[in-house]
Design a protein around this ligand. Structure first.
Ligand code: CP
Length: 303
């Protein structure tokens, strides 16, 4: 049985195989009838303990394009509010024999815990501050579409690195595929283990932008910032926000990305929204293809 728990568990070859599969899946989205019978008869549950717009919707669209049956559960309308534990919830869902359980949870390691206790394939749709593997895969697909490769690129990730599961999964994936990753942002939002991930930290952000092929801005995660010293939002925008002037330091053909949701006017100046090199909505489009590939691969035979 396959799970997708994190980029950490994947080899370079496995990542490349997923990305090739996603490219093939994207073709289906260009057809008049965007549906194939590949996963007919499979049951897929999405269980989100945290809010989501992109990830949950794109998983559901992906499943429907492959003809799977989907059921969405959110924490606030489940028996979680009556005190049912994560394990009991999962065991009860398992009793209905789903093939795939997609989970987003505030606790790091929640999907790994479930994978040990249930038969369905488990997909991590974001676990606390740990990993968001499908986001990193769609980011990689979006970069490859524009740049043809990941290897050898200078990729700058700017902002709240410490609270970002996207940053962690991105760094793991891009370094496995041979990119040079530089992070920058307020020192209080840079995790102490950053060197161990294979990324470099540099300051001020201008030095991270110089020569970048790809710039990824991250959301300031105000809901996770309760215990951390943090400059106020206006100060953040002035010192760390990306605008046209700062982006002029990158390579001429650099692309600008963001996993969403964006705090416009904080980490990104609204003037960036419609620049041709801004590919934020292409990332969202590729999210469907990547999630189709993952659903197909976790339900299939071992490769
Ligand atoms: N990028 C991302 O995970 O967005 P959502 O939180 O809306 O799913």
């Amino acid at each position: 049985k396959h799970h997708l728990l994190g980029i950490e568990e994947l080899s370079q070859k496995e990542i490349e195989f997923i990305l090739h599969t996603a490219e093939a899946m994207k073709e289906i989205s260009f057809r008049d009838i965007k549906k194939v019978p590949t996963l007919r008869g499979k049951t897929i549950i999405t269980f989100f303990y945290e809010p989501s717009t992109r990830t949950r919707t794109s998983f559901e669209i992906a499943a429907k394009r492959l003809s799977a049956d989907t059921i969405n559960i959110s924490a606030s309308t489940s028996s979680l509010v009556k005190g049912e534990s994560l394990l009991d919830t999962a065991k009860n869902l398992q009793a209905m024999q789903p093939d795939v359980l997609i989970i987003r949870h505030p606790q790091a390691g929640a999907p790994h815990f479930l994978a040990k206790h249930i038969d369905a394939a488990v997909i991590n749709a974001g676990d606390g501050m740990h990993e968001h593997p499908t986001q990193a895969l769609l980011d990689a697909m979006s970069i490859i579409e524009k740049k043809g490769k990941i290897k050898g690129l200078n990729i700058a990730i700017i902002g709240d690195i410490a609270h970002s599961r996207v940053a962690r999964s991105d760094i793991l994936l891009f370094t496995k595929l041979g990119a040079k990753v530089t992070v920058s942002g307020p020192l209080t939002l840079i995790p102490p283990y950053i060197e161990a991930t294979g990324a470099n930290y540099c300051f001020p952000i201008e030095s991270a932008l110089e020569n970048a092929d790809v710039v990824i801005a991250l959301r300031v995660q105000q809901e996770r910032l309760k215990q951390t010293y943090f400059p106020d939002i206006r100060e953040y925008a002035i010192r760390f926000g990306l605008n046209k002037k700062r982006l002029s330091l990158t390579k001429k053909d650099a692309i600008v990305m963001h996993p969403g949701p964006v705090n416009w006017g904080v980490e990104l100046d609204p003037e960036i929204m419609d620049m041709p090199q801004t590919i934020i909505l292409d990332q969202v489009t590729n999210g469907v293809a990547v999630r189709m590939a993952i659903l197909y691969l976790v339900t299939g035979e071992k490769h």
